[in-house]
Design a protein around this ligand. Structure first.
Ligand code: GDP
Length: 595
């Protein structure tokens, strides 16, 4: 080994003073001294970037080298949208190339809208604007004779949900990052959405015209979130552009087509007709107008479609320019007229046989929806069973903590835990300091993850959304407890904490025999209600003399599920028959405690 090889030191893009010292087997004080001599004030826990660390390392006789980060493999992250599963099932011979569907995501003000607009102006081949002039939220551009479909996910209030869905509907995500502002929270969030939806990312490094643009710094930041630029031997194409100066647009289109070619973007024009709702609205003169992105099959005027819970026969159909069309094929944005209700952005749509079939499916969905709304998605208590059943393959987490100092040990311990066992992988989709927000829950919902909070709270909007979407949020104040819960969950040893909840009381007015050994009590419900699936405590002179399950609950002669306050009923217990007039029967149910 040569001398220079002996002194080589591999450094990441960012490293704490402590870790840097450790790598060089010197004391942190030495490192701090060198930093100070170079005009950098840093404490032992503070991070310095690669360039700074490299200066220190060289001064201490090392040959620094930049670490090559292994990119996180997004293949098995996130739920595969139904449309993609449908296409995957089509026979190879029926599949034909289709235009790639692209969506722009990124931090607010980084230039998504401007880029979409200039691409629209410069790349949408001329042609008469049709009768409908409204903006339809999706368009097709052309580059070198090939079409690219752009989805315009709006940046307003519900943007997170739209983004989650935009990423789901797209083949490629353009992550727009302003070169003067760099990677910001929503950049990270958007990257996470794309990864969760298994969609490849092309970075558009926008605002390159600004003197304050610092592309090298932004590339470093991108590397830190797992998007290593191809020029640094990574897999992410980073294209410098300027929406204002209309520069780099051809390169961007080129990059999109390159990624598309690697992905074999296909669909079956003769296959099952389905796609995603881009947006829906009520137009005063035309009724419900829905913008749809057709992903497989061919759709015709006169077809009956079901979009979410809205349905109807297509009376008229328009292309993105507003021209009337009779039919459309895969990856085409269309606007349709004829639905009975406004579908939600992100809803799936498909062609059905008839209105009757549509109505039948909707009532089935409503029934299933009721059942589903009670059952949470992934929960730690259920994790083991869900893993065994193959419903989940890995544990996905979103971690929020009060300070960086608690976030790091949590993440490290979880990684250690993941290494210790091989059955389940743990994927941390997002980690950040701060309270649990609506967008954290949105990401969890879109990617079937659990939100773990350490010494932080969930804000109201986040809690409401979690309840609606069945996302589980768990809060901790002791790191050890958090890790222990995850460890137990992986082994199927985390039992839900059950609590008894009193729901009503009844007074025994009479007793009567129902068979040779069985006695029932004739009662009046004095408050709350008595439920057939509840438990009963028999209280006599302030003492509980029995506690057990209900055998039957009757009103008159009929079996009933519940009896409310003020009504009389007959109650028989499974293992108790010694009722006395004047006993109080307390009814309770056993529920999982929500944390
Ligand atoms: P969005 O929130 O990501 O959709 O961002 P917008 O497209 O609305 O752009 C935000 C602001 O940045 C606007 O004032 C744009 O004029 C400006 N902007 C967008 N692209 C560029 C660019 O390439 N160069 C410069 N200098 N400004 C830009």
């Amino acid at each position: 080994m040569s001398d220079s090889e002996l002194n080589k030191i591999i450094l990441p893009y960012s490293i704490s003073v402590r870790d840097l010292a450790e790598k060089m087997e010197t004391s942190p004080i030495e490192v701090i001294k060198v930093l100070m001599a170079n005009g950098v004030m840093a404490s032992i826990n503070q991070n310095v970037d690669f360039d700074t660390a490299a200066v220190v390392a060289s001064e201490l006789g090392f040959e620094p080298e930049l670490e090559q980060i292994e990119e996180e493999k997004p293949e098995d992250a996130g739920e595969v949208p139904l449309w993609r599963r449908v296409i995957a099932k089509e026979a190879d011979k029926d599949l034909q190339p289709r235009p790639p569907v692209v969506t722009m995501l990124g931090h607010v003000d980084h230039g998504k809208t401007s880029l979409l607009d200039v691409i629209r102006q410069s790349n949408v081949a001329g042609g008469e604007e049709g009768g409908i002039t409204q903006h339809i939220g999706a368009y097709q551009a052309e580059h070198q004779g090939r079409k690219i479909t752009f989805l315009d996910t709006p940046g307003h209030a519900a943007f997170t949900s739209m983004r989650a869905r935009g990423a789901q509907g797209a083949d490629i995500v353009i992550l727009v990052v302003a070169a003067d502002d760099g990677v910001m929270p929503q950049t990270r969030e958007a990257a996470n959405h794309a990864k969760a939806a298994q969609v490849p990312i092309v970075v558009a490094l926008n605002k390159m015209d600004l003197p304050s643009a610092n592309p090298e710094l932004v590339k470093k930041q991108l590397s830190e979130i797992g998007l290593v630029p191809d020029e640094w031997d990574g897999d992410t194409i980073v294209v410098p552009v300027s929406a204002t100066k209309k520069q780099g647009l051809d390169d961007l289109m080129e990059a999109i087509l390159l990624v598309a070619d690697n992905k074999e973007i296909k669909a079956n024009p003769k296959g099952e007709v389905l796609g995603t709702v881009v947006e829906g609205e009520v137009d005063r003169s035309r009724g419900v107008m829905a913008t749809l992105l057709l992903q497989n099959g061919t759709i015709n005027v006169g077809d009956t479609i079901l979009a979410g819970k809205a349905h109807g026969r297509i009376k008229a159909m328009f292309d993105f320019r507003g021209n009337r069309i009779q039919k459309a094929g895969p990856a085409t944005p269309i606007m349709v007229m004829g639905l009975n209700d406004v579908p939600k952005a992100g809803d799936l749509f498909r062609v059905v046989e008839s209105e009757k079939e549509a109505r039948a499916i909707v009532s089935e969905m409503e029934l299933a929806g009721k059942v589903r709304s009670i059952a949470p998605k992934v929960s730690l208590e259920e994790l083991y069973a869900q893993l065994q059943a193959g419903e989940v393959k890995e544990l996905r987490l979103i971690i929020k903590a009060d300070v960086q100092g608690s976030l790091e040990p949590i993440v490290n311990s979880l990684n250690e835990l993941a290494e210790k066992q091989s059955e389940v992988s743990i994927l941390i989709l997002h980690q950040e300091t701060g309270n649990i927000s609506e967008s954290d829950v949105m990401l969890a919902a879109a990617s079937d993850a659990i939100v773990l909070g350490f010494a932080v709270e969930a804000d109201n909007a986040a809690e409401r959304l979690a309840e609606k979407e069945g996302v589980s949020i768990r809060s901790y104040t002791i790191i050890y407890r958090l890790i222990e819960d995850i460890e137990k969950a992986l082994k199927g040893m985390l039992k839900p904490e059950l609590v008894e909840r009193n729901i009503g009381r009844a007074r025994v007015l009479a007793t009567f025999s129902v068979s040779r050994f069985k006695v029932a009590a004739g009662c009046r419900v004095v408050d709350g209600e008595i439920r057939r699936n509840g438990h009963i405590r028999v209280v006599r002179h302030d003492q509980v003399i029995f506690d057990g399950e209900i055998g039957s609950l009757k009103r008159e002669k009929d079996d009933v599920r519940e009896v409310r306050e003020g009504f009389e009923c007959g109650i028989a217990l499974k293992q108790f028959h010694e009722f006395e007039v004047g006993d109080t029967l307390e009814c309770y149910v056993i529920e999982q405690e929500s944390r």
